[in-house]
Design a binder for this molecule. Sequence first.
Ligand code: URA
Length: 234
Amino acid sequence: MKLLKHIANLGYGSRKQVTAMFRAGMITDADGEVLYADDQVEHEAIRIEGEPLDPPAGLLLMLHKPVGYTCSTKDPGRIVYDLLPPRFRLRSPLLSTVGRLDRDTSGLLLLTDDGALLHRIVSPKTHLPKVYEAVLASDLRGDEAELFASGTLMLETENTPLAPAQLEAVEPRLARITLTEGRYHQVRRMFAAVGNHVVSLHRSRIGGLTLEDLPAGQWRALDAADRARLFAAG
Ligand code: URA
C-alpha cells in the first residue's frame, strides 16, 4: 500500500492533510530521510516527526474500562474511545469494541479492527470463558449455581435458554460468574431472574487474559503471546 493511504488509514489525517505532512518533511524513515507519498516502506521503518507509527491494521488492544463510559462511538456522554488516542477513532478499518460492557460495568474490554478475530472471540461456538465479579444487593440463596449451570434458564423477552454458566460464591453478596456467551445485560438479568440485584459488576477475565496491573482508564496493545493466552483457556 502506498504510504499516503497507509498513514491516512491510521487516522493521522485526511489524504489532503497527510499530503501536507509529506510536503512539510514530517514523514521520514528511521534514519531521518524524508519520505514521499508514493514510497513503499515497511511500517516499522516509518517515523512521523521522529515518532514510530501507531500499530498497523490487525490491532487488538485491551482497555481497563472504568464505570461511566459507554461502548459506543456516538453516545453524547463519555465513551470508551475518549480513553484512547484521538487518532484511533479515525482509523480504517474501524476499531470496534469486542462485544460491549454496560456503562456501569468496569473491567476488561477488548477492541480490534480485525473482523474475523472479533467474530472468533464473541462467537458462543468458541466457548471463550468471560469471568465477571458481581456485588449483589442481597445474599445468594444457594440454588443459583445449579440453576445457572442447568442450561435451562430463560431470560425475559428471550426465546432460547442461556448456555450453562458457572457461579462461584466468593462471599454471600459477591459472586464470580463465568459465561461463554454475551447476551444483553446478561449478568444483571440472570440475577434479576433469581430475585437479586447487581450493585456493581466487573469483568476480570476473557479466555486466559486478565488486566493484571493495568490501571482503570489505561490500555495496551496485545502481542502474539497475549493472543495465544486469550485463546489458551477457550
Ligand atoms: N452482563 C451485564 O449485565 N453487563 C455487562 O456489562 C456484561 C455482562
